[in-house]
Write a protein that binds this ligand. Structure first.
Ligand code: SF4
Ligand code: SF4
Length: 285
């Protein structure tokens, strides 16, 4: 447990978290939407500091990052919790709950683990790294000192100030661009605008950026939705930002929706290429 970095005291023991666009206002003993930040006697704490729930060695392409040290392995880690509640979450067993009693690992121990498996990249992934911000930041700072690279695989639901303070310590980002605002509201429990802002800040900072769009049949896989995403990237970023279209498999609350046919993913990639995107990839097929 560690005191949170971004919050303010509102008086009468109430705090407001300023880490993500939910801006949760919490009384003593209350947890935020992410389930892993809690007001304890008028101070906000991260409950998952030094508490990874998943650690694995993955190919960098699994993040997916296809243009960042291809062929490398990356030590990948997550804690419990997420600030969105996507009905299709494939990691819902860890993103949508919090278990306090779990093996601890300090930032230094994570660096040692990476060295032991000869991984020169550490990735923050699986759930939403924003909600374990303090842990991620401390690991990333140590990683930089050791000459390692770092990657954040994120839903982009983070406020500009914490993002700006994190940027010097993260080399590569893969950000989900999930659908339109209605999709974010209905399926994910969020809004699209903060995500678009995050993507622009990362791109403007000159960081390595790739974008992923998971296609769910009937919810966000129409040509008009694909075109909207492609146009937004071309107008606001660049036509060479790597764009991944990925297939959905039934998970969590969307078990009644069929998996995405491979043809749908291939078609989306063709649409994006025809519109001039230079680095389009398909995944999960
Ligand atoms: S990080 Fe958690 S506690 Fe903070 S605003 Fe977001 S959901 Fe709420
Ligand atoms: S943002 Fe990612 S981890 Fe969080 S609920 Fe959605 S799919 Fe799951």
């Amino acid at each position: 447990m560690k005191e949170a970095l971004f919050y303010k005291k509102l008086g009468s023991g109430i705090v407001q978290c300023e880490l993500c666009p939910h801006f949760c206002t919490l009384k003593n003993g209350e947890k935020g939407k992410c389930k892993v930040r809690e007001n304890r006697t008028g101070k906000l704490f991260s409950l998952v500091y030094e508490k990874p729930c998943s650690i694995a060695l993955d190919p960098i392409e699994k993040k997916p990052l296809y243009h960042f040290y291809p062929g490398s392995k990356t030590l990948s880690l997550a804690t419990f919790g997420c600030n969105l509640s996507c009905q299709h979450c494939q990691n819902w067993q860890i993103s949508q709950k919090f278990i306090e009693k779990i093996r601890e690992a300090s930032p230094q121990e994570i660096i040692e683990m990476a060295k032991n498996v000869n991984s020169k990249i550490i990735s923050f992934t699986y759930t939403e790294p924003t909600i374990f911000y303090e842990y991620m930041l401390d690991i990333a700072k140590l990683a930089k000192k050791e000459g390692m690279k770092t990657a954040m695989v994120s839903n982009g639901y983070i406020n500009p100030e914490p993002l700006k303070q994190l940027l010097p310590f993260i080399d590569a980002f893969n950000i989900d661009l999930k659908g339109n605002d209605k999709f974010y509201e209905k399926i994910c429990g969020g809004r699209i605008q903060p995500v678009l802002k995050t993507i622009k800040i990362i791109h403007k900072a000159g960081k390595h950026l790739e974008i992923t769009n998971l296609l769910i049949p009937g919810l966000n896989d129409s040509d008009s939705e694909i075109k909207k995403i492609v146009f937004w990237i071309k107008v606001n970023l660049s036509d060479d930002v790597p764009l991944h279209f990925s297939a959905f498999f039934p998970h969590y609350k969307l078990v009644n929706v069929k998996e995405t046919p491979a043809e749908t993913v291939i078609h989306a990639a063709e649409v994006a290429r025809k519109l001039g995107m230079k680095n389009v990839h398909t995944g999960n097929i």
